[in-house]
Design a protein around this ligand. Structure first.
Ligand SMILES: Cc1cc2nc3c(=O)[nH]c(=O)nc-3n(C[C@H](O)[C@H](O)[C@H](O)COP(=O)(O)O)c2cc1C
Length: 249
């Protein structure tokens, strides 16, 4: 083995081990993330790849107790109550509006492609942020239900036109009572397709229902039934309405 190569391999495995040990945490010690650590975490988050280097997202760091209380009103989950540092990832085309205006051209932000660009950019930055935080011994959980109150969140944080909430992130050191435990994922062959797409069978999905129910030691935990709650009903309209308000749909 060439000198230095072992270290490189160890580092590679350390990254993969970190990624594979991911587990959401919803209870934290009652302290915000250390400011120096937070800066490092955010710098790593912002280095994520981004469509045409546009960086069509912003991150709002919420640590003021009054604003945190407002976030909790919008997403009343125990993890939001527990955390002292909350990051909101928003899709952000307001800088694009300014840039296009600098060249005296009309601005056309409306449409699904714009939403995909900003939502994917935000998600990549979010995931980088989570990994960076976990590498420093922090943990967290995303809060997607913030979108159920998009208008209220927008008012609370002063989000202007072309800026819309995508997902929040509770961050902190895990409460000592918590033992993060990775949740089993769908089997490789259900998610990874080789050369041609293969639809999943109901049998494979039933088997995953059983896997998760056993993992949570809860016979009532049914993964496929949770899909019914999401996609067995028409779309909740808060997001759509808010995107129209923001001139993005
Ligand atoms: C976009 C997004 C939104 C989420 N929203 C919530 C949420 O509102 N509340 C919550 O408790 N967990 C939320 N989660 C966390 C998922 O429930 C969690 O990632 C999933 O159950 C898998 O568990 P794991 O992260 O521990 O592997 C969200 C995750 C993502 C990616």
């Amino acid at each position: 083995m060439i000198c230095g190569m072992t270290d490189a391999l160890d580092a590679t495995h350390a990254t993969i081990d970190l990624l594979k040990s991911h587990a959401s945490v919803r209870k934290f010690v009652p302290e915000p993330v250390d400011p120096t650590d937070l800066q490092a975490i955010l710098d790593a988050g912002r280095q994520a790849a981004t469509w045409k280097a546009f960086q069509s997202y912003s991150i709002i760091v919420v640590e003021d107790p009054d604003v945190l209380a407002g976030i909790y009103q919008c997403a009343p989950q125990p993890s939001v109550k527990s955390c002292r540092t909350f990051l909101l990832f928003v899709g952000d085309l307001s800088r694009a509006a300014t840039a296009v205006g600098m060249h005296n051209e009309p601005f056309h932000p409306t449409g699904v492609e714009s939403l995909l660009i900003s939502a994917v950019d935000a998600a990549l930055a979010l995931q980088n942020t989570v990994i960076a935080a976990e590498s420093l011994g922090y943990a967290g959980v995303q809060i997607g239900t913030i979108r159920h109150k998009s208008a209220e969140v927008s008012a609370l944080l002063g989000l202007p036109d072309y800026v819309y909430p995508i997902v929040g992130l509770c961050l902190g050191k895990p409460d000592p009572s918590v033992e993060p435990r990775p949740t089993p994922r769908l089997p490789h062959d259900v998610v990874v397709h080789r050369d041609r797409y293969q639809p999943a069978t109901a049998e494979a999905l039933r088997a995953y229902d059983a896997t998760l129910s056993a993992h949570f030691a809860n016979p009532d935990h049914c993964w496929s039934e949770r899909m019914v709650a999401q996609w067995g009903v028409p779309e909740v309209t808060a997001s759509t309405e808010n995107l129209r308000d923001k001139q993005l749909l």
